[in-house]
Design a binder for this molecule. Structure first.
Ligand code: LLP
Length: 419
């Protein structure tokens, strides 16, 4: 459930009519709803009521905007980060360092040092090599890093290949059949306190069965590790729960996920960490855009909007579906190709899509753009970054300025010797 709905024939974010945001901030612009973020945060937390000891660490990569992080910090959420850039954002939003988990296959030495200095809660180590390096760095600093070992359970998440992370040949974690041996080696290192395991098998999961099998495999591994004399107190179950992108699409609910987790983990006796991203932020945001013009096509017309693949990359990158909807629908529909202005055919949001009838100058939105939207923007075609806004009841604020081409031009230099 989200708080984007028609009121008197005009699409609103909570109580703010979207044309007001377009008028005051311009388009394209991301619009996030505080009430929706809070609702999703609450629903996810309540779904895990049966889990006695837990940390819910929002996956910052899905929406790193400071205001969004602040909303979630107020909800008691920690942060899952994959770079020190994300860590700095989480800290800047007031998230306590001990509620920050650092995942990622390519943590650099400099990043490890900065995260150790910040005193973050846990490093999720993705390889033996990384664990040894972290141990050496931490020991050198006179510190002990709390860590979990990320396991690759070799489970097919049944999602898009590019966002699947738990198959044996994916780059993430250590193979489950080598986990015992690697755990033993790392646990004996001075600079680390290896206290648990972590898993994340992929994103936009439309079925929780693969998660259940991965967690079950983890349960067996934990028993084995304990049998070998290791102490396991923390287990990170990652994120991955999918959200509906199409009207009427039904996905596993947080409640179903929570019930499955409670059942599989009931005897583990550990603190569980969760890293949800999309399920919190996805449907809490839209990308508001203006139709530049409608151009005749060989078959269906091209609706050319002022947003493009650099602003919302998912359709171009994964062939992802984002619902397209007029801000002031007339009730009539059309079949159209919805495209951006960028100079490649990949800049296509939808082909032969049955959608609301729109004409030049009309406003429209791409739905479910709150996760993996603005965060994946590029400045391709020198288009800069679009602004982001957060709505709260009948007010809104610009929470990220539009970054124009000039900012990029000003950061570039022509060396003297080219004059
Ligand atoms: N934890 C880890 C270690 C992750 O790698 C991810 C996502 C998450 C948590 C959060 O997953 P979520 O709950 O949001 O599914 N750009 C892609 C999605 C990439 C996901 C990467 N990792 C997209 O637009 O679909």
């Amino acid at each position: 459930m989200d708080h984007f709905a028609l009121k008197d024939g005009v699409l609103h974010a909570e109580n703010v009519p979207l044309p007001q945001i377009a008028r005051e901030v311009g388009t394209p612009v991301y619009v996030y709803s505080r009430a929706t973020l809070e609702r999703h945060a609450r629903v996810f937390r309540e779904a895990l009521d049966e889990v006695p000891d837990k940390l819910i660490a929002f996956a910052v990569k899905s929406n790193p905007n400071l205001a969004v992080l602040k909303v979630l910090q107020n909800q008691g959420y920690g942060a899952d980060v994959v770079s020190v850039g994300e860590m700095r954002r989480a800290l800047a939003a007031g998230i306590a360092p001990e509620m920050i988990v650092f995942s990622g296959v390519g943590k650099t030495r400099r990043e490890m040092i900065e995260a150790l200095e910040a005193g973050i809660g846990q490093f999720n180590i993705e390889s033996e090599e990384e664990g040894l390096e972290l141990a050496e760095i931490a020991e050198g600093m006179g510190l002990t890093a709390d860590c979990a070992l990320r396991i690759n359970p070799d489970v097919d998440a049944g999602t898009h290949d590019k966002i699947s992370t738990g198959k044996g040949d994916n780059k993430f974690g250590v193979p489950i059949d080598q986990a015992g041996q690697i755990f033993g080696k790392l646990a004996s290192q001075k600079g680390v306190n290896l206290r648990g395991v972590a898993v994340h098998i992929g994103s936009q999961l439309a079925d929780i069965t693969p998660l259940e099998s991965a967690f079950a495999k983890l349960g067996e591994l934990i028993a084995g590790l304990r049998g070998a004399g290791h102490t396991i107190t923390h287990v990170d179950l990652g994120g991955g729960l999918g959200v509906p992108y199409r009207k009427g699409e039904v996905l596993p609910s947080p409640a179903e996920y929570g019930a499955m987790v409670a059942c599989v983990t009931k005897d583990w006796g550990v603190k569980l960490i969760f890293e949800p991203g999309r399920v919190i932020a996805g449907n809490a945001g839209v990308l508001l855009t203006e139709v530049v013009r409608v151009k005749r096509g060989l078959n269906n017309p091209f609706v050319i909007v002022d947003a493009a693949m650099n602003d919302l990359a998912r359709p171009a990158l994964y062939g992802a579906y984002h619902h397209f909807e007029a801000v002031t629908p007339t009730g009539e529909s059309m079949i159209a190709n919805i495209v951006g202005p960028i100079c490649e055919t990949g800049d296509t949001f939808a082909r032969d899509r049955q959608c609301d009838l729109v004409k030049s100058g009309d406003l429209a939105v791409f739905r479910t753009a709150g996760a993996y939207g603005a965060t994946m923007a590029s400045s391709y075609n020198s288009r800069g970054f679009v602004a982001e806004t957060l709505v709260d009841g009948d007010k809104f604020a610009v929470v990220a300025d539009r970054v124009g081409a000039d900012s990029f031009i000003n950061a570039e230099r022509v060396p003297d010797w080219l004059e």
